[in-house]
Write a new protein. Sequence first.
Length: 272
Amino acid sequence: MSTRRDCVHYEEYWGLKQAPFDNVPDPKFYYPSTKHEEGFHRLLYGVEGRKGAVMLTGEVGCGKTLLSRTLIQHLAQDRYDLSLLANPSFKVVDFMREVLYQLGINLNGSKLDSIHAINDRLVENLRKGKDTVLVIDEAQNITDVHIFEELRLLLNFQLNDRFLLTLVLLGQPELRSKIDALKQLSQRIGIRYHLMPFDLSEVEGYVEFRTRAAGATRPLFTKEAIEVIHQASGGIPRKINTLCDLALLIGFMERCEQVDNEVVDKAFVESQ
């Protein structure tokens, strides 16, 4: 008889060291698909080349956050002063306070004081041989146009030959229309990339990669199961994760040797 613990934890049954499809941005599970690698290298080029502002967009669940965390992990701490603003849905005053906080600046003065403090921090990093990078995730949640104006002004911190701050904007497709409506900011976006969903071969590679990264020594999903996963998920990584995680649980409870298309069908029905 299965125990309550058995019904929750399927890892041992499938020969896994951990769950492979958790929806968390763990760089260990970054799958270097052609699409994601192009996005990664565009962001990396924008940061290393000090292009001022770069923007990555994509549908919900396409892997933007995981890609950004992989980028952050890749950048050397002794070379970059990295700040991450994961929730930008503030009013203007609170937004700028959060930017100051993320830059390591403790200040409650006037706007002019804030500008001076940011400038001092950027110049200090320059003297230390560090580049300052501000990553803003879920940037489509910025609703106040004045915040975009503040971001544009941050790009005014520059020397004759380089920006002192690199701004990385991540968001859903509506971010593009918001930026395009602001010509002065839009013209400062040096690098853009839109992340598309996986095709069938990428879904197969993605599922195989994540199960192997979690400790699997054999394919856990049949090719027919992969086809159903692709169709049901639309190639969206977050949907793939949810579907595969539930399919592994069902396959474990039914003591399957592999997850087949019938198991995935059951998982899809249960996930609706």
